[in-house]
Every structure is written in structure tokens, then in C-alpha cells.
Design a protein around this ligand. Structure first.
Ligand code: GTP
Ligand code: MG
Length: 425
């Protein structure tokens, strides 16, 4: 190790020849064996209108019958449904997850149709990130649910892309490998299909939608990928029905006027899709998901959480420093909040005090007013009493005078009768 470090320091690596077999040439085989025993996982997202042929195409692609129940056209919104299967081909095991967009394109208002899809993809990234951030993580046997390929089913209208298609693809293109396909391609005439394809591609370009680019950097696949790219978006036909063609059975769709063979390259691009998606680029799709899309999600998420690799002076910034910085920021905020609350409290108390004082003043005024009216009333009553007393006095005086007069009159009367009696005598 020291020798190699020294060599690297001097910026030169010496080429040595081995004089006998060592064995590290078996490393690729070791890798293959390990991966094979571990098994693989691949997750496909099918985005497309209800009844556009998603389930049929999946069955046709993997030569099997996956469980699926047709959706109705009256779903209140778009929802995603994932189903996982374990498949085996020779000694290779594949854990396949197919995610379906149920109710896509069925609502009158389609503004939010892309949201559940974006949310689903982000949720799978988040789950992986959480596993990565754990202290005790088990990424080795983690069931990776991140979407590796998104098959976008375009309706075979022969016109152009719908705005729902453009909006959805634009929202998804930084999160997932999009492979656009024209569904039910048996319904478009050959020369129209050619125009339709180039129309779609130019619309994708002019709207800045990034679809999955088949890799051309590795020489074993460069040629096939380059030639296949020309045929995008693949015009596919799905069918699980076997029809006798010549003396062989082949998957096909039978019409009153003829037969469309799914695996005949003159009839449709089904084989091209299968080659590109499964046989040639499955591993690249998995890798791109991890190194490009997941990496982007992870970076944004960690930056959002306040992590950074360097400080403003572009010096390395460790996790510890990030933690301390966040902690200080949090404490500062807490203090600010506390101070705000205290000031608010003081203000409230002052307000209440002023209110109470006002109320007291009012009460005093009311009391004074009452006192005054009471005094006035009392004075009036007193005056009346005085008047009445006077009246009573006057009355008494008059009464005694009258009584006096009456008794004098009686006396005078009795004296007269006495005189009269005496006279008679
Ligand atoms: P939901 O899951 O209900 O949204 O539908 P889906 O998108 O899974 O469509 P499905 O595969 O159930 O197909 C719906 C109908 O379209 C069926 O009658 C299929 O036979 C038919 N179909 C599927 N693929 C093709 C195709 O390539 N061409 C034509 N003409 N019809 C197709
Ligand atoms: Mg279906």
C-alpha cells in the first residue's frame, strides 16, 4: 500500500507483468455470482390514461399474466397502485414492481394529475434516504422501491401531445427515466405514424422535456442504442393472445382485415422496446436512477436540511459544524421568540391596565351622577315636607280658632236660655 501511495504521489503508476497466475482475473465472475445469488430488483412506473393498454403491455413484455383489475373512468383523482412480483429466468431472480397510475386523465380538471405521481416517486427516494441516514443501515437487503423506468403511454391520436402529457413529463423528467411510447400503435397508419413520432419528439424538445437517453458511452451497446434512439417514441402493440402464423404460434391481435404481430418489427416497435428496456439497458436504468435522479433528490433534501460540504469561504464544512451551526441558529431563533413573547405580554398587561382604569373612571362618574340626582330628589322631598308641615300647622291653627269660636258661641247660647227662664219666673 505504501509503495502504491508513493507511486501515486509521484504521479506515476508502474506497469508490472505477472510471472504466474494470481487469480484476480476472476473478480468479474465473483461479482456476477454475488449479484446473481442476491437477485435483482427493477421497478417500472406506467403512466397513461385508463384503458390505454398498460396492463396488456406489461403482460406482453414479461410473458406472463400479472394481476390487474381494469379501472373505471370515474375516479375522483389519480392514485398510484404498486404490485411486486418475483420472476425467474434461468438462474436470475428478478423482483419486479409495477406501479400503475389509476384514474389518470379521467378528471375534468387535470391540473393536479401529476402531483400524486411526483409524490410517489419522492416518497420512494425519501425512504431510501432515510435508510441511508440510519446509524444501523441495511442497504444490502433493502427493498429498493425507487422507480427505475417510467413508461409514458401516449394516446395514438396522430395529432400531437396533449398538454397533460407535456406537463406531466416535464414534472417527472428530473426524477425518473422517462421512456415515451405510443400505445395501441396498430390504430395509426404507417405514414401517419412517422409524422406523429417526429411531431412528438420536436414537441418534447421545444418544451425542454428530458427523456431517457440510451447510453452510447459503452462500446458494447453504443451502436444498438444509437440506432434505436432514432425510433423513439416506440410505437407498441400489446397482446397476450397467441395466433397461428404459418406453422408457429405468435402473439398478435387479430382483426377482420388482418393480423398485427406484436413481435414483428415491420408491424410495431414492441421488440425494440423490450430490447431497450430489458435486455440492453436495465442495468443502466437502475444506475441512472441511483446516480442521477436519486443523487439530485438527496442533494436538494440535504441542502434543505442545512447540510453543506463547504462554508462560504469554500473550506470543508463537517457534519459536526453543520450540527453546531444549526443548533446555534435554532437557539438564536428561540431567544428571539422568547423576547417577542415577553414584549407581547408586557404590552398586553399595559393594555389591560388602561382598560381597567377607564372602566373605574366610568364607574366613578356614574356614582357621582347617581349621588347628585339622589341629593336633588332628597331636597325636593324635604321641600315638599316643609310645605306640608306648614299646611298642617295652618290647618291646626284654623281648627283651634274654629273650636274656640264654637265654644264661645255655645257659652253665649246657654246664658241666653238661663236669662229667658229667669224672666218667665
Ligand atoms: P386500466 O388499468 O383500466 O387503466 O387499463 P390499462 O391501461 O391497463 O389497459 P388494458 O391493458 O386493460 O387494455 C384495455 C383495452 O385495450 C383492452 O381491451 C385491450 O385488449 C386493449 N388493448 C391493449 N393493448 C392494445 C393495443 O396495443 N392495441 C389495441 N388496439 N388495443 C389494445
Ligand atoms: Mg390496467
Amino acid at each position: 500500500i505504501q509503495a502504491s501511495r508513493a507511486a501515486q504521489k509521484n504521479d506515476e503508476l508502474r506497469n508490472l507483468s505477472l510471472s504466474g497466475h494470481v487469480g484476480f482475473d476472476s473478480l468479474p465472475d465473483q461479482l456476477v455470482n454475488k449479484s446473481t445469488s442476491q437477485g435483482f430488483c427493477f421497478n417500472i412506473l406506467c403512466v397513461g390514461e385508463t384503458g390505454i393498454g398498460k396492463s396488456t403491455l406489461m403482460d406482453t413484455l414479461f410473458n406472463t399474466k400479472f394481476e390487474s383489475d381494469p379501472a373505471t373512468h370515474n375516479e375522483p383523482g389519480v392514485r398510484l397502485k404498486a404490485r411486486s412480483y418475483e420472476l425467474q429466468e434461468s438462474n436470475v431472480r428478478l423482483k419486479l414492481t409495477i406501479v400503475d397510475t389509476v384514474g389518470f386523465g379521467d378528471q375534468i380538471n387535470k391540473d393536479d394529475s401529476y402531483k400524486p405521481i411526483v409524490e410517489y416517486i419522492d416518497t420512494q427516494f425519501e425512504a431510501y434516504l432515510q435508510e441511508e441516514l440510519k446509524i444501523k443501515r441495511s442497504l444490502f437487503n433493502y427493498h429498493d422501491s425507487r422507480i427505475h423506468a417510467c413508461l409514458y403511454f401516449i394516446a395514438p391520436t396522430g395529432h400531437s401531445l396533449k398538454s397533460l402529457d407535456l406537463v406531466t413529463m416535464k414534472k417527472l423528467d428530473s426524477k425518473v427515466n422517462i421512456i415515451p411510447i405510443i400505445a395501441k400503435a396498430d390504430t395509426i397508419a404507417k405514414n401517419e405514424l412517422h409524422k406523429f413520432k417526429s411531431k412528438i419528439m420536436s414537441e418534447l424538445v421545444s418544451n425542454g422535456v428530458q427523456i431517457y437517453q440510451f447510453p452510447t458511452d459503452e462500446e458494447t451497446v453504443a451502436e444498438i442504442n444509437a440506432t434505436m434512439s432514432v425510433h423513439l417514441p416506440f410505437a407498441v402493440v400489446g397482446s397476450t393472445e397467441e395466433v397461428k402464423i404459418g406453422n408457429k404460434m405468435a402473439k398478435a391481435r387479430q382483426y377482420p382485415w388482418g393480423v398485427v404481430q406484436v413481435e414483428n418489427e415491420n408491424h410495431c416497435d414492441f421488440v425494440k422496446l423490450r430490447e431497450m428496456l430489458i435486455r440492453v439497458n436495465m442495468e443502466d436504468l437502475r444506475e441512472q436512477t441511483h446516480t442521477r435522479h436519486y443523487e439530485l433528490y438527496r442533494r436538494c433534501k440535504l441542502e434543505e436540511m442545512g447540510f453543506k460540504d463547504t462554508d462560504p469561504d469554500s473550506k470543508p464544512f463537517s457534519l459536526q459544524e453543520t450540527y453546531e451551526a444549526k443548533r446555534n441558529e435554532f437557539l438564536g431563533e428561540l431567544q428571539k421568540k422568547e423576547e417577542e413573547m415577553r414584549q407581547m405580554f408586557v404590552m398586553r398587561v399595559k393594555e389591560k391596565e388602561a382598560e381597567l382604569k377607564e372602566a373605574e373612571k366610568d364607574l366613578h362618574e356614574k356614582f357621582d351622577h347617581l349621588k347628585r340626582t339622589h341629593q336633588e330628589e332628597k331636597k325636593k322631598v324635604d321641600d315638599k315636607k316643609k310645605d306640608l308641615d306648614e299646611e298642617v300647622n295652618n290647618f291646626q291653627k284654623k281648627k283651634t280658632a274654629a273650636q274656640l269660636l264654637q265654644s264661645q258661641a255655645q257659652q253665649a247660647g246657654s246664658q241666653q236660655t238661663k236669662k229667658d227662664k229667669d224672666k218667665k219666673k
